[in-house]
Design a protein around this ligand. Structure first.
Ligand code: FES
Ligand SMILES: [Fe+2]
Length: 395
């Protein structure tokens, strides 16, 4: 019997370019976890209050120890697994909300209220406790998983790759122009409904600005923009040849005298982008550090650093303009949140999500994926080889 013919040829299955599930799973993300990730702003971590975060699908509780240093522990009580971040911090120690077990900053159990003042089992001796699988005193109860932390440039970083932070494959990323005279720096924290690969690609993507931010960055110019893409040592640097480009919106504020524009976009493995719009020694820099919460859920810490062409000592004019600049950048980021949600909808719509197509204009996206894929698979060897290529797109 003749088999019915397919009207359309069946496309060969292609592997997804981006595996969001694996990338955000601590057990399957390979070497992606071996870097420092921002857990919160320094100002979000108040003395005396725990803070809940999720990184790579893993609950982490942060608090400040008796010296004010940030501490990060697994957010799950050893006793009956209650969320410790719902408890209380006192004297730099963390108390569980359920039965009051107390943990010190290293994650050791230091007090069990139900053991009373002696803090020892009263009826059962050590042998009987061992037979029942119980512990006679707090110090025998073991230790919560502890994650190394670093506080730097107004950010608290956590290392999820194990207890030994010397294994980190890079230092925590420095916020551009943090503490530099004449520069104003502020942070924005944004929850994005998408995974880190798609976010860093979005932050490095110029063609979308015409569609997602119409009139907010630049007007459609029917102009060809050549660029150089350089992939080297865990970074992807895109240098645009658009010296005469005019940036609309707040761009005019930064370049009243029409100086040539130096526009570069840079990606640093595994989760950081830095976008520079500089005219001489002033302009603005947008630095985004993405923290994976789950497969399509991320927290992005954006540092906006800017310097006006003319200012008085102390960058008083720049600082006075901060509410306006903050409002502008919040609008633009919110437009990206919406488009990332729209991309997510398509991604999750049945099989085939994560299989991407591209043209010359997506050359740097392929470089980002090459690095992240290499790290997800363990990051062995030297990684994607160095390359420098020309690309072009129209805006
Ligand atoms: S669940 Fe934490 S003390 Fe009981
Ligand atoms: Fe955007």
């Amino acid at each position: 019997m003749r088999q019915p013919q397919h009207l359309h040829p069946v496309e060969p299955a292609r592997a997804p370019n981006v595996d969001l599930e694996a990338e955000a799973d601590l057990a399957r993300c390979g070497a992606l976890k071996d870097y420092w990730y921002v857990a919160c702003l320094s100002t979000e971590l108040k003395a005396g209050a725990p803070l809940a975060r999720t990184l790579f699908g893993t609950g982490v509780v942060l608090f400040r120890d008796a010296h004010g240093r940030p501490t990060a522990l697994r957010d799950r009580c050893l006793h009956r697994n209650a969320r410790l971040s719902r408890g209380a911090v006192f004297d730099g120690r963390l108390g569980c909300p359920y039965h009051g077990w107390v943990y010190d900053a290293s994650g050791a159990v230091v007090e069990v209220p139900s053991l009373g003042p002696s803090q020892r089992s009263e009826l059962l001796d050590a042998d009987a406790c061992a037979r029942e699988g119980l512990q006679p005193e707090p110090c025998k109860l073991g230790q919560l998983q502890h994650f190394p932390t670093v506080e730097q440039d107004g950010l608290v970083f956590v290392f999820m790759g194990g207890p030994d932070a010397s294994r980190a494959r890079a230092e925590p990323f420095r916020v551009p122009y943090w503490g530099h005279a004449g520069w104003t720096v502020y942070f924005m924290v944004t929850r994005f409904p998408n995974g880190v690969t798609n976010l860093v690609e979005n932050f490095m993507d110029v063609p979308h600005t015409l569609f997602v931010h119409p009139g907010w960055f630049r007007k459609p110019a029917s102009k060809r923009v050549p660029a150089t893409v350089r992939r080297t040592a865990g970074s992807v640097l895109v240098t645009y040849k658009q010296e005469q480009d005019t940036v609309t919106g707040l761009g005019r504020l930064f370049n009243p005298s029409g100086l040539p524009l130096l526009h570069t976009d840079k990606y640093y493995v595994p989760n950081v982008t830095r976008v520079d719009y500089l005219w001489g020694d002033h302009g603005f820099v947008i630095n985004s550090q993405c923290t994976p919460v789950g497969p399509t859920d991320s927290l992005v810490y954006t540092a906006i650093s800017y310097r006006l062409p003319v200012d008085v000592p102390g960058a008083l004019v720049g600082r006075a303009l901060k509410p306006l600049v903050r409002w502008y950048t919040r609008q633009v980021i919110q437009q990206d949140v919406v488009i990332m949600g729209i991309q997510r909808e398509g991604l999750l719509d049945g099989p085939g999500g994560g299989v991407y197509s591209g043209t010359e204009a997506d050359l740097h996206h392929a470089d980002i994926e090459a690095y992240r894929c290499w790290l997800r698979e363990g990051g062995h060897g030297a990684g994607p080889e160095e390359a420098e290529r020309e690309m072009a797109f129209w805006i």
